[in-house]
Ligand binder design. Structure first.
Ligand code: PEP
Ligand code: MG
Length: 857
């Protein structure tokens, strides 16, 4: 029962028993966890919990009924105090041990256990009390080898600083410890730190006061920490240490004297020396796992051979370990599959798909930018795509460092292990391609300056040259000096099992954006349910095709253009056949040509000269034509459907390639109904014109091949006008797919390639809550999505709706699209697993809210 203190105080304290009113929201996680351990009959020393309200009152100056509190413990009992906030990740003041040590206890313990033991305990207490409670200069009380002389020096030092002797009354000591911890929690930096970890402003701190057990004694005594999994892999394995005559966690971490727990060839172990205690620990671990339904780390002591459990907390673990633990626990029947799915954060799952910087390694950060594509890579710096290709040919991993990338860098990006750009945003070229390839990428890296001519990379502190090694962490956006150790991806059995469970539940489809057969294979490997966006222009950047493509661009007449396209036709057809075969009858949505033509032209004089050679035309003519194609605002210019209408031969060729491939695929046993998507539409008439030509091509192919052919036509909604006019557009198509990259760009009037320059400033200063190219702007862009979905479905009930912009893979956008009744989301292949899990979690939460969720087994 809570004991209201008398006289001076309003605050209360509660002994932790099985039935005491202890709750997470009032006393914090540690108090609650200790209560669970007590209920499981684990040998927990007597513990008193102070509630959040009590600690707040102490911080405000109220005084606890110390006589009442001290009467709960035996006279002369040493005590510890530990923090207990609502979430262990929110931090809190460090534990304080050995409260109650004074001259009298020193004499008594000296007599019982010997002077060195008593002195070590007392000295440690004086040092921590002086630093953390009396707030004296740490230099004066830094850790020293325990000796009577050191103890006397510390006591004298304390007295000299405070002009009063070290407090001898245990009540007074404890009251001061509680007060200093309560105040530390209220401090500004502690508050900011925990808020950065997601704690609310009003988060409270509870404290637990515990009888110190063990550590020192004439019989077997010491302290240890045990856990039952490897925190990096999650594989079942006993790790931890035990230190004879140790106290607290510090005694075992980094202590070369500490012994192993399980029998080990390298040295003595607890299992050999105290087999009973070891067996009991295994039993306690198993009970915790089963009843607390978690992998716990247990802090224990031995006191003359008697085992005490002081504390237990959830094992800190990598995402990979989290997946294995959740799946194993569900398979063992400890938690349900639904719970296993809910325990993994989708973004954490994303980390398993890529190499990661080993969290145990040292990080020397050279620069920070936007974390545009997750995963880590180590490689030598190269400044050009050709250098990247040369490096790959030598078998040397490299990091491509560019001011920004352009379509012509695609082969360099394929060759590189990672990409860093000085400029750009979350949907700029490097970011989109990086995510598509699963290539770690950092854009808008502030603090870097590229001197491409000198082949140097300048950071605030260093000048790096081509060939120097760096590591990039695309998950955090950090560029690191040198080669840092990496962890390999973990696409193991637990990963697949978890996602199979997710698929059984989710009620929104997940497709992949895949431009090439290689992308499609990855997408299929991650069990995407089709391709939601194939950006066909990426197929034209291969060496042999680029030249033909450029011939097509340079054609003066429609006839010359058709001739060049005739040569591109078989290449496109074979690409599509391969895609259809890989996807084995799953839907494949092919977007017709989208980018401005000048993206295919070289941008340097040397490149133009080589092109003139290849086309057998004078350099002046090639330069003039390139200049003609230049636009002030190419992203708002001659691209997408506008190109399709003014140069219809391009779309004719692509439609024919798609249809002929579909017929060939059906002949080979992989029938497919291809989906053709028109980009950058803003008016219904554009759709009518393109549809008429595509229908005509389909009719011609049917007759030529004598084969049946079906296809679906759709529009990519990327302009606000297309969203507003969705009702009339929907009359001509069977699906609408939202290209939220361009739609965000056009709704905000914000260049997706330049926004990176000021986006962090904007977000840091709260102008925008988030980068809208990263997190879907539900209010503005989202409203357009809802308007278009509603208008489109009103005019055509069976209209398929989807999202294929980069937002498609983020859990927030999936929630939005699911709530809006979309049929599927489409995202980069490497985000498919993340989307599958996020979608399942949404279904679970939604159905749980309605109480309609059957368990999965
Ligand atoms: C989009 O605009 O959202 C889209 C998917 O197309 P792209 O990124 O190729 O412009
Ligand atoms: Mg677009």
């Amino acid at each position: 029962m809570p004991m209201k203190s008398t006289n001076l105080t309003l605050v209360d304290y509660t002994e932790i028993t099985g039935s005491a009113p202890i709750a997470l929201r009032t006393h914090g996680w540690r108090a609650k966890c200790l209560q669970r351990l007590v209920r499981l009959d684990l040998p927990v020393p007597r513990t008193i919990a102070l509630s959040f309200d009590a600690v707040r009152a102490i911080a405000a100056g109220q005084v606890l009924n110390m006589n009442g509190l001290m009467s709960k413990f035996d006279a002369g009992q040493l005590l510890s105090v530990r923090p207990s906030s609502e979430n262990p990740d929110w931090g809190g003041p460090g534990a304080l041990l050995n409260i109650g040590m004074n001259d009298e206890r020193h004499a008594a313990i000296s007599e019982r256990l010997g002077e060195p033991v008593a002195t070590a305990l007392y000295l440690r207490f004086v040092q921590t009390y002086a630093q953390h409670v009396a707030r004296l200069d740490p230099d004066l009380f830094e850790a020293r080898e325990p000796s009577l002389a050191a103890l006397h020096a510390a006591l004298r030092g304390y007295e000299a600083e405070l002009e009063e002797p070290f407090p001898q009354d245990p009540k007074h000591q404890l009251a001061e410890v509680l007060r200093s911890m309560a105040r530390a929690w209220e401090g500004t930096s502690a508050r900011l730190l925990r808020q950065a970890k997601g704690a609310p402003a009003e988060a409270g701190l509870g404290l637990v006061v515990q009888a110190m057990a063990g550590g020192f004694g004439t019989g077997a005594s010491g302290a240890g920490v045990i856990q039952f999994i490897d925190p990096v892999t999650g594989v079942s394995q006993i790790t931890g240490r035990y230190a004879v005559h140790g106290q607290g966690r510090d005694a075992v971490s980094d202590n070369p004297q500490a012994m192993y727990l399980r029998r080990d060839r390298r040295g003595p172990s607890l299992e050999e020396q105290h087999p009973d205690a070891f067996t009991q620990l295994l039993r306690h671990g198993a009970i915790c796992r089963e009843k607390l339904r978690e992998e716990m780390q247990i802090e224990f002591t031995l006191e003359n051979g008697h085992l005490w459990v002081l504390d237990a907390l959830k094992v800190q673990r990598s995402s990979r370990a989290a997946v294995r633990v959740a799946v194993t626990m569900a398979e063992d029947g400890i938690i349900t599959r639904k719970e296993a799915l809910m325990r993994i954060t989708p973004r954490g799952l994303g980390e398993l798909l890529h190499r990661q910087v080993d969290p145990r390694g040292k990080r020397d950060v050279l620069a920070r930018g936007l974390a545009a594509s997750p995963g880590a890579a180590v490689g030598q710096i190269v400044f050009s795509s050709s250098a990247a290709q040369a490096s790959a040919a030598r078998g040397e991993p490299c990091i491509l460092v560019r001011r920004e990338t352009a379509p012509e860098d695609i082969r360099g990006m394929h060759a590189a292990s990672g990409v860093v750009t000085e400029r750009g945003g979350m949907t700029s070229h490097a970011a989109v391609i990086g995510r598509g390839l699963g290539l770690p990428c950092i854009v808008s890296a502030s603090g870097l300056r590229i001197d491409a001519r000198a082949r140097e990379l300048h950071t605030g502190r260093h000048v790096l040259r081509e060939g120097d090694l760096i590591t990039i962490d695309g998950t955090t956006g950090e560029v690191l000096m040198g080669a840092v150790d990496l962890l390999e991806p973990a696409l193991d059995a637990p990963f697949s099992t978890l996602l199979d469970w997710a698929d059984e539940l989710r009620d929104i489809g997940v497709r992949a954006n895949a431009d090439t057969p290689a992308d499609a294979r990855i997408a299929r490997g991650f069990l995407a349910e089709g391709i939601g966006l194939c950006r066909t222009e990426h197929m034209f950047f291969e060496d042999d095709r680029l030249t033909v493509m450029r011939e097509m661009i340079f054609a003066d007449t429609s006839k010359d253009r058709a001739a060049a396209l005739e040569r591109l036709l078989p290449m496109q057809r074979s690409d599509f056949i391969e895609l259809f075969e890989i996807m084995q009858g799953l839907p494949v949505c092919i977007r017709l040509f989208d980018p401005p033509l000048h993206e295919f032209l070289p941008h340097t004089r040397e490149g133009l000269r080589q092109l003139a050679d290849a086309l057998d035309k004078p350099l002046s003519e090639v330069t003039r034509r390139a200049e003609e194609l230049a636009e002030f605002n190419p992203m708002l210019g001659m691209r997408g459907v506008r190109l399709g209408i003014t140069m219809p031969e391009i779309y004719d060729m692509q439609a024919r390639a798609i249809f002929e491939a579909a017929i060939e695929s059906a002949r080979r046993g992989a029938p497919v109904v291809p989906e053709i998507m028109i980009p950058l539409v803003s008016a219904m008439r554009e759709v009518e014109l393109v549809k008429a030509r595509i229908d005509a091509v389909a009719a011609a192919v049917r007759i030529e091949k004598g084969a049946a052919l079906d296809y679906r036509l759709g529009v990519m909604v990327e302009t606000p006008r297309a969203a507003l006019r969705a009702a009339e557009i929907a009359q001509h198509v069977t699906f609408l797919s939202f290209g939220t990259n361009d739609l965000t760009q056009m709704t905000y009037g914000l260049s997706r390639d330049d926004a990176g320059r000021f986006m962090s400033y904007y977000v840091q200063h709260g102008v925008f809550p988030e980068d809208p190219f990263h997190v879907l702007d539900a209010e503005g862009v989202g409203e357009l999505l809802l308007i278009a979905a509603e208008r489109g479905r009103r005019s055509r009930k069976d209209l398929t709706l989807s999202i294929c912009g980069e937002h498609g893979g983020s859990p927030e956008s999936i929630a939005f699209c699911r709530a809006a009744g979309f049929d599927y989301v489409s995202c980069s292949p490497f985000r498919v697993p993340v989307a599958r899990l996020a979608a399942a979690q949404l279904t679970i939460s939604a159905r749980d809210a309605q109480n309609t969720m059957p368990d999965l087994r």
